[in-house]
Design a protein around this ligand. Structure first.
Ligand SMILES: CC(C)(COP(=O)(O)OP(=O)(O)OC[C@H]1O[C@@H](n2cnc3c(N)ncnc32)[C@H](O)[C@@H]1OP(=O)(O)O)[C@@H](O)C(=O)NCCC(=O)NCCS
Length: 191
């Protein structure tokens, strides 16, 4: 793939029937973009389960997420990236989960929204947080409260983060509408 096409990282939504493994589908998509036969692509999982491209593609980073009947996948050059996909469905425990996992300011912002907007606000925050966590690579155990977002009608902004995530200003966070009925977020920072 030409380098100019990878900044910002490129992403795609692909259908993934429930119960089907994601990696073979991801591998085919990555192989097409990197012009490499999928079976020759060196994809290693680290101790936290995060996939990494190796061999001649170690400057590239990829990540994928599956939810409902979809797969959201991204590929970028000289970045560390994470992506999250969520199938939109009722989230009656949204505020309970926010109080348990989000920062006090994020939970307060959700609580101040009209009731009808709280679940979608929760989902936007959840996606954004998971995408940053997936870029970082340590999983949910790192702590969803170690960094903070502000959401508005115009976008979502990382306003604070733990030193382990590096310089806050280096992070880009992009909200996606990959397919009707799904929301997604991609987060990346220079490697
Ligand atoms: C990583 C994690 C946040 C993913 O959340 P999720 O909503 O369940 O899953 P998603 O659909 O968004 O993403 C799944 C994909 O993320 C990738 N992934 C797995 N672990 C990852 C990690 N630590 N960081 C980034 N990406 C990861 C994989 O490609 C996985 O796809 P797969 O099903 O083909 O393996 C969550 O599973 C987690 O916290 N895992 C714990 C990681 C850990 O501590 N592992 C140690 C023992 S193995």
């Amino acid at each position: 793939m030409p380098e100019y096409e990878s900044n910002p990282p490129c992403w795609s939504w692909l259908p993934l029937p429930r119960g089907e493994a994601a990696e073979p589908v991801a591998r085919r998509w990555l192989g097409e973009r990197l012009d490499c036969p999928p079976e020759q692509l060196s994809l290693r999982r680290d101790d936290y389960g995060r996939p990494h491209l190796e061999g001649g593609f170690s400057r590239w980073d990829c990540n994928w997420s599956h939810s409902g009947e979809g797969l959201l996948i991204a590929l970028g050059l000289d970045v560390r990236l994470g992506i999250d996909l969520e199938w939109v469905r009722p989230r009656p425990r949204a505020m309970e989960l926010a109080r348990r996992f989000f920062t006090a300011a994020e939970t307060g912002a959700l609580a101040s929204l009209p009731t009808a907007q709280r679940e979608s606000g929760f989902l936007r925050l959840w996606c954004a947080k998971e995408s940053v966590l997936k870029a970082h690579g340590r999983g949910l155990a790192f702590g969803l409260d170690k960094f903070e977002f502000e959401i508005s009608d115009t976008g979502i902004h990382l306003v604070n983060c733990d030193a382990a995530l590096g310089d806050r200003a280096q992070w880009s966070v992009l909200e996606l509408v990959p397919q009707p009925g799904y929301v997604g977020t991609m987060a990346w920072r220079p490697k």
